[in-house]
Design a protein around this ligand. Structure first.
Ligand code: S3P
Length: 450
């Protein structure tokens, strides 16, 4: 079992880029595999989660060739052979690993096929709610059985079905649910509409547009006509702002620091973290250098003495994955930070309200837990502790950042899980811990397979 050993830093001066966006990589594998030709995907995230989705598409007939690989992890640049919406029956059950996004999006894709399929995942994924997709997909005519030990959970047995379009009002603001319904809608005759209670990340809509599949968004209702053929295209995945968030918090909370994160996704449905850190007192500039499709740019951040803030209700879906590390920033800031309306955190890879609260308390922070969030009274110096990630990648990384500000040694247990979203995190952590400043120290080694 691997672990991170972290001690306090006094300096952070660095410029680097983080691996590709997880959400976009899942979607690029799926839409590339459905398209009518060959697509080159660059900067694909070679994480376990996304590689599982790529392999799922292979099992459904959409093979790929690896052009470049991130050494020790998986494909970064690849060519995927689209199947013109005609998938073939998988020979075996499909492993989604730890990925809620992979399982929910693939369930949407598979709901309207003429063949049966089975999706399974690890222990964490097998305890996450799947009713949020099986209910609306069922309304479309899908026949999905949840056969998990826990009610409404994976494995999913998906029987052949012919789908009808629906108008669905989602009870939770979830991009995974929205995307599962839209993918199913591509195989239904007529107009499928999904209405979200609040804005969620819009990568599916943007990527469908890149593949020339039209969708229409009116307020929070997204509609799509089934039967459209995705046209093959090339797609470069920007760096994942949710991975960048760990270093942005580290730099924000360290007065005198300067960090430049390059070529990162700046989609406005994902950048609330930047607003929150600015509100807390960090100095930041964003320079966008691509605005078409998915906005991409550089973020430069300078540290400051941070102050607490209140996370607004409508910001929560935008920064749901960043809340663990925002809680760390809050513990380092002066005053109170209030995070409410975030009950969804309880059904992530771990119950992230409990894992964050317990980890922060173990390090000496003052935290009150609520059913839907927490209140953190920052400013009490953190001390090193042993913190278990419980197999949750974002918990492992958030507490590695906390360790950079704690007196004494922090040991994070059970850290292999970071590979589900950030292969190379340990390499970047090592460079930061040793206060390295050269760009080369942050470069992750790649191997060409062409
Ligand atoms: C994701 C949506 C979010 C997020 C997850 C990725 C996506 O989940 O937490 O990491 O790619 O659609 P929910 O849809 O459950 O909010």
């Amino acid at each position: 079992m691997s672990e991170f050993r972290v001690t306090a830093i006094s300096k952070l001066h660095a410029e680097f880029s983080v691996p590709g966006d997880k959400s976009m990589s899942h979607r690029a594998a799926i839409l590339g595999g459905l398209s009518n030709g060959v697509c080159t995907i660059r900067n694909f995230l070679p994480s376990e989660d996304c590689v599982n989705t790529l392999n799922a598409m292979k099992a459904l007939g959409a093979r790929h060739e690896v052009l470049d690989e991130l050494e020790g992890y998986g494909p970064m640049n690849l060519r995927i052979h689209g199947q013109s919406m005609k998938l073939s029956a998988p020979a075996a059950p499909i492993d989604c690993g730890n990925a809620g996004t992979g399982m929910r999006l693939l369930a949407g894709l598979l709901a309207g096929q003429e063949f049966p399929s089975e999706l399974f995942g690890d222990a964490s994924l097998s305890s996450r709610p799947m009713g949020r997709i099986t209910v609306p997909l069922g309304q479309m005519g899908a026949k999905i059985e949840t056969r998990g030990e826990k009610f409404g959970c994976a494995p999913l047995f998906i029987h052949p079905a012919k789908l009808q379009p629906i108008i669905y009002q989602m009870p939770v603001a979830s991009a995974q649910v929205k995307s599962a319904i839209l993918l199913a809608g591509m195989f239904a005759e007529g107009k499928t509409t999904v209405i979200q209670p609040a804005e969620t990340r819009d990568h599916t809509e943007r990527m469908l547009a890149s593949f020339r599949v039209s969708t229409r968004t009116e307020n929070n209702a997204i509609s799509l006509y089934g039967g459209q053929m995705p046209e093959s295209c090339d797609f470069t995945v920007p760096g994942d702002i949710s991975s960048a968030a760990f270093w942005l918090v580290a730099a924000a909370a360290l007065p005198g620091s300067r960090l430049l994160i390059k070529d990162v996704g700046l989609n406005p449905t994902r950048t609330a973290i930047l607003k929150v850190l600015s509100r807390m007192g960090a100095h930041m500039t964003e320079i966008e250098h691509q605005s078409e499709g998915e906005p991409i740019g550089n973020i430069e951040i300078h540290g400051a003495a941070l102050t607490g803030t209140t996370i607004l209700e409508n910001e929560v879906p935008n920064l749901i994955d960043e809340i663990p590390v925002i809680a760390v920033a809050a513990a380092l800031a002066k005053g109170k930070t209030i995070i409410r309306n975030a009950k969804e955190l309880r059904v992530k890879e771990t119950d992230r309200i409990t894992t964050v609260v317990e980890g922060l308390r173990a390090m000496g922070a003052v935290v009150e837990e609520f059913e839907d969030g927490m209140e953190i009274t920052g400013g009490t110096p953190l001390h090193g502790a042993e913190v278990d990630s419980f197999g949750d990648h974002r918990i492992a990384m958030a507490f590695a950042i906390a360790g950079l500000f704690a007196q004494g040694k922090t040991v994070i247990k059970n850290t292999e899980c970071v590979n589900t979203s950030y292969p190379g995190f340990a390499h970047h952590l090592d460079a930061i811990l040793h206060e390295r400043t050269h760009a080369a120290d942050f470069t992750l080694p790649t191997i060409s397979r062409e």
